[in-house]
Design a protein around this ligand. Structure first.
Ligand code: MN
Length: 352
């Protein structure tokens, strides 16, 4: 079958092709990107439940365990952590692999990606990242979707499947978090229509917001305080950046994977166009996270450094010393800001 990039909004009968694949096969394997966020996890769980309801065998295998604050999303513990050898037979026996919410090729899937790249099962990918790299046999990529969960919702609806309360909750938190609580640029009427339906199907916004956001440890909050304390403003206030080394993470007892939304804090400062966070990884590299308001894309920079992402939220892991990488990143972002033209005056003051 021909690989293709399709958008559900288009005329092409994209789900027909996927539905035919789902109908024709029996054993499915679902996976997603490394360090899965709530969009990744919610999509896996919702699709898993849909497929099982239609009598299919499904296994969800991820390279990384679910981060502690996200565990509420999988009360039945459907998601397993991939172990080489132990799970290779499961992969071998799967007729179809479904990759959710992941761009950037097999390596983006973490350890299981190495195995999958070798075994090459028949694969369907459903995603909303703009990365043009194709690596599955059938690809449904709609980068106008605010979350992959919008696409999974669409797919289940196209299959005339039932969206249970558990599925509604999983998809709701996926959309809630991937849109930064409906604040990020891709939030659309479709996003709100889908979440309205999910609420009608039993997702409780107040309860899920609390589960998704108010799960920090005191240490994580204190580390946030430290990061804010050392935050720097640059490029006439258009850039705000901060940095965290391994010593600091150890002092606060926080792992790098827990820093989920730390990078976007800088955008809360008035006038900021780009926010940068550089974090030293345990293996001595630097995880660079870039966030922008909608005024300029930062994913091209991230792609240059071997990463990727969305126009307004992207990242890469760069080899090198924390200080040197941070300096390089800051100077490149400043150049990007300058090439984007001088700062636009704040239109907030009322005109007569
Ligand atoms: Mn996503």
């Amino acid at each position: 079958m021909q690989a293709g990039i399709y958008s559900p909004g288009d005329e092409c009968p994209v789900w027909d092709e996927v539905l035919a694949i789902l109908q024709r096969h029996h054993r499915f394997l679902i996976t997603t990107h490394s360090n899965p966020d709530l969009d990744a996890l919610g999509c896996e769980l919702a699709l898993d439940e849909h497929l099982r309801a239609t009598g299919k065998q499904v296994c969800i295998l991820n390279s990384d365990p679910i981060a502690r604050p996200h565990r509420f999303v999988d009360p039945q513990r459907r998601i397993r952590v991939y172990q080489p050898h132990r799970h290779d037979q499961v992969i071998e026996q799967a007729e179809v692999l479904i990759v959710l919410d992941a761009s950037g090729g097999w390596k983006r899937l973490g350890r299981i990606g190495d195995t999958l790249a070798r075994m090459r099962p028949y694969a369907v990918r459903i995603d909303h990242h703009p990365d043009p790299q194709r690596f599955a046999d059938v690809e449904v990529v709609d980068d106008s979707a605010a979350a992959t969960a919008e696409l999974v919702f669409d797919l289940v609806r196209a299959a005339s499947g039932q969206i249970t309360k558990t599925m509604a909750r999983a998809l709701y938190v996926a959309i809630l978090t991937d849109t930064g609580s409906f604040r990020y640029p891709k939030t659309s009427p479709r996003t709100h229509r889908i979440t309205a339906e999910l609420i009608e199907l039993g997702a409780d916004p107040a309860e899920l917001a609390k589960l998704a956001y108010n799960q920090y440890s005191l240490n994580l909050l204190r580390l946030q305080g430290h990061m804010l304390d050392i935050m720097q403003s640059d490029a006439e206030g258009r850039l705000v950046w901060s940095v965290l080394d391994q010593d600091t993470l150890r002092t606060y007892g926080v792992r790098e994977a827990e820093l989920d939304n730390f990078a976007s804090f800088g955008l809360q400062v008035a006038g900021t166009l780009v926010s940068v966070l550089c974090v030293e990884t345990p293996d001595g590299r630097v995880k660079v996270s870039l966030r922008s308001d909608a005024s300029l894309p930062v994913n091209d920079l991230a792609a240059e450094w071997g990463g990727g992402g969305h126009a307004s939220a992207a990242g890469a892991t760069v080899s090198g010393d924390l200080r040197q990488v941070t300096e390089m990143v800051i100077s490149r972002v400043k150049a990007l800001l300058d090439s984007n033209g001088p700062r636009v005056p704040d239109p907030a003051s009322p005109t007569p």
